[in-house]
Design a protein around this ligand. Structure first.
Ligand SMILES: C[S@@+](CC[C@H](N)C(=O)[O-])C[C@H]1O[C@@H](n2cnc3c(N)ncnc32)[C@H](O)[C@@H]1O
Length: 295
């Protein structure tokens, strides 16, 4: 691709941009301040509540992207031949390096170790040596890729307490990462709920991709009591949800809460005190994991 750069007075910015896009086959057009970072630079916007001092920059750089060099040159020739483009000056034609955006995005997500054996691995990565339990998960619309300390602490707890839990509730499931983690560690029947329909969809898709069965749905899908309830949300909703989450805890059931900052431990302890004693059982980067068992 080729980028054609031209300086233009304010009056030409709009008609030249329109001609580039509508008639001259530009793929995109951007406009920058030609005087940026120089003494001639002027603020474009006024103080809050005041009108802008002017409608645009004194001189702008118009940059237009073309599929090939010939199209870019033809566009420039045609523009300069117009009687209305006086003041338009070509600055250069530059070949742009192709950027592989997919690869660039993917490179930012590496496999995440939860324990030595249990890893969260994006689908485009090889499974690391030594990973014997693997969740395949790609970043998507819903929260939960394994990179956040709150998610990692919950997963560590799940791995450390692996057993065939007969029922598990993942409340605020996001991508379904905790529910899938529980399934990979032996849990039998898992309800994963979220107020966000996109999270419900994402949990379903991720469960299928990992070959595990989940009942993903909106919060109403949580029914009855569970020997294990997981909720990684935030301190304020967790306090409001205390009666509901505890009502879903079976006698002797375990509650695992995350999304709580270290300084919020006492508030959470107080909110859950009518049902159980919460304790801090893990800490990661300022976040804590609070767990408790119902009598
Ligand atoms: C921090 S994310 C956690 C996602 C995933 N469980 C994890 O551990 O990575 C919190 C999720 O809780 C959901 N959520 C927030 N408030 C909720 C509520 N009152 N009831 C159910 N889900 C809620 C959000 O939509 C979000 O998907």
């Amino acid at each position: 691709m080729f980028e054609l750069a031209m300086t233009a007075p304010q009056a030409l910015v709009e008609p030249v941009s329109e001609a580039l896009m509508d008639e001259l086959e530009a793929l995109s057009v951007s406009v920058e301040d030609a005087d940026a970072d120089t003494e001639a630079e002027h603020a474009l916007f006024g103080e809050p509540g005041m009108p802008p001092p002017r409608a645009g920059w004194d001189r702008s750089v118009i940059k237009a992207l073309f599929a090939d060099e010939l199209l870019a040159q033809q566009a420039l020739t045609l523009l300069l031949a117009q009687d209305w483009t006086t003041g338009l000056h070509p600055q250069g034609l530059t070949e742009m390096a192709e950027q592989d955006w997919v690869r660039l995005t993917q490179s930012q997500f590496a496999p995440v170790p939860v324990t030595e054996q249990f890893w969260i691995v994006p689908t485009w990565h090889e499974v690391p040596a030594g990973a014997t339990r693997v969740m395949r998960l790609d970043p998507g619309l819903a929260f939960g890729t394994g990179t956040h300390p709150t998610t990692r602490m919950c997963l560590r707890w799940i791995a450390a307490h692996a057993q065939p839990w007969p029922r598990v509730l993942d409340y605020g499931c996001g991508s379904g990462i905790l529910a899938i983690g529980a399934a990979l560690h032996g849990a039998q029947v898992i309800d994963a709920v979220d107020i966000d329909p996109a999270a419900v969809e994402s949990s379903r898709a991720n469960a299928v991709a990992n070959g595990v069965a989940l009942n993903a749905g909106l919060p109403d899908a949580a029914q009855g009591v569970y020997p294990l309830v997981l909720a990684n949300i935030l301190a304020t909703p967790l306090k409001l949800l205390a009666p509901l989450l505890c009502a879903h805890l079976a006698p002797g059931g375990h509650l695992v809460l995350a999304g709580i900052l270290a300084r919020q431990a006492d508030e959470l302890r107080a909110a859950y005190a009518p049902w159980l004693a919460l304790e801090v059982s893990d800490e990661d980067d300022g976040w804590i994991l609070m767990t408790g068992q119902r009598a």
